[in-house]
Each structure stands twice: as C-alpha cells, then as structure tokens.
Design a protein around this ligand. Structure first.
Ligand SMILES: N[C@@H](CCC(=O)N[C@@H](CS)C(=O)NCC(=O)O)C(=O)O
Length: 225
C-alpha cells in the first residue's frame, strides 16, 4: 500500500490528503514532526532529498512536492468522473498548471517565510514586508478570479485544492477580507465536504501553533534582554 509521510498541520500535506480522498485512494500515514526535523533523517533524506513533507511512496517509487504528487495521483487514479479536476482542454489545463506553479513558487513560499523564523524562535509577529508580500499574492489570486468562478475554470480543479490548503493557514494570519472575489471563492471552497473535513481542522491546528509559537518567542526574547 502507498505511504504518505505527513504532518496534518502542513498545507501541502492537506492538499495531497484532499486529492487522495476525492480520488478514493487508500494509503498508510507515517507521521513526521517537522519541528523535530524528522524529515532530515538519513532514511527520509534518501527518499526525498528536498527533505520536505508531503512525501509519497508507492511500489518503490518515491515522490516529493505536493504539486508533483497530486498530478501523479490524478494520472494514475482518476476515473472519468474526476476528469473535471484536470481538464483535457489545453488552455484550461495550462491555467491549472500556472496556478499550481503559483502556489508552489510564490504563495506557499510567502507562508513559509513566516513559518521558518517562527519555528526557529526568531519571529514574534509578521513584519510589514511579510504582510505586503502576502497581500501582493492575494492580489494575483483576485485577478485570477476575474473570469471564472474557481481559479482556473467554472468548476473546482486541482489548482483550487492546492491553493485552498495554503490559503486556509494564511487567512488565519493575514485575513483576505479586502479581496472580495478571493473571499467569495474561499467561502465557497469552505462549503465543500472535503475542505471542511480534511483541510480546516489541520489549518486551525497550524494557525494556532504558529500564533502560540510567536507568543512564546516574545517571552523568550524579552527574557534575553
Ligand atoms: N513545495 C513543497 C513544499 C513542502 C514543504 O516545504 N513542506 C514543509 C512542511 S509544511 C516542510 O517539509 N518543511 C521542512 C523544511 O523545509 O525543512 C510541496 O508543495 O510539497
């Protein structure tokens, strides 16, 4: 059986879990604690040299990066009733790809730039430049929602599932309220059963964890003055 190396609070892990749920894929979970850097063990480094979760292992084949994983899962497991997730139309598919690259290359790294110093005990609150960078990426998503109900099409695609996993944490740190189309899209996504069941509890855990660590960092840094 396939194995997903995961921590439930991780946005890209939640993305893979949602796609696996929609495609009805059974897998075993192997918990990895990124705070203890369990992803750095020699065994995990061999499996995924990027040393990140999610990591997917199946039949001696190992894949890192949620975006690569969900495309693989779609290729391998999607049945005709799932084809809407990654439409055959070349231009819509290109739009899905663009949004996936945006999440991978821009949106998630902006969240990660808050996560990493928080975990390292250095961040007590988000800086202005962090807030500005996050707002800039919200502006891009707002523009992507100009012509379609969802991010790449009028139906949910892999792009929406990828972005909602990152956004659910970001929204708890920097609310999207000033971006009306994004807010409408997010509220609609939050009505989906798989988002309610899989994404939101993990996101809540992630937000609370980050805010608690920021508070702890404040007291720790104060006591060093
Ligand atoms: N682009 C990657 C990002 C994965 C990632 O950075 N995951 C975090 C947890 S949310 C992680 O493993 N961080 C450990 C590290 O970067 O050292 C993906 O989509 O899977």
């Amino acid at each position: 059986m396939a194995v997903l190396y995961k921590a439930y609070s991780s946005p890209p892990v939640r993305c893979v879990m949602m796609v696996a749920d929609i495609l009805n894929i059974k897998y075993e979970s192997q918990e990895i604690n990124p705070l203890l850097r369990e992803q750095d063990s020699p065994e995990m480094t061999k499996k995924n040299p990027m040393r990140t979760i999610p990591t997917w292992e199946e039949d001696n084949f190992v894949l890192g990066d949620s975006h690569a994983i969900i495309l693989y899962l779609f290729d391998k497991y999607a049945k005709p009733e799932h084809y809407y997730l990654y439409p055959k139309d070349k231009q819509i598919r290109a739009k899905v790809n663009l949004r996936l690259f945006f999440d991978c290359g821009v949106l998630f790294p902006r969240l990660r730039s808050v996560m990493a110093p928080t975990y390292m005990g250095r961040l007590t609150e988000m800086s202005n430049s962090m807030r500005k960078n996050i707002d800039d990426s919200y502006r891009v998503l707002e523009a992507y929602l100009s012509d379609t109900v969802y991010l790449a099409d009028d139906v949910i695609t892999l792009a929406d599932i990828s972005v909602v996993s990152t956004l659910a944490t970001l929204n708890g740190l920097r609310p999207i309220d000033r971006f009306p189309k994004l807010k409408r899209w997010y509220d609609k996504m939050c009505e989906e059963d798989f988002v309610k069941r899989i994404n939101m509890p993990g996101a809540q855990e992630h937000i609370e964890g980050l805010l608690t660590l920021m508070e702890m960092n404040k007291s720790k840094l104060k006591s060093h003055i």
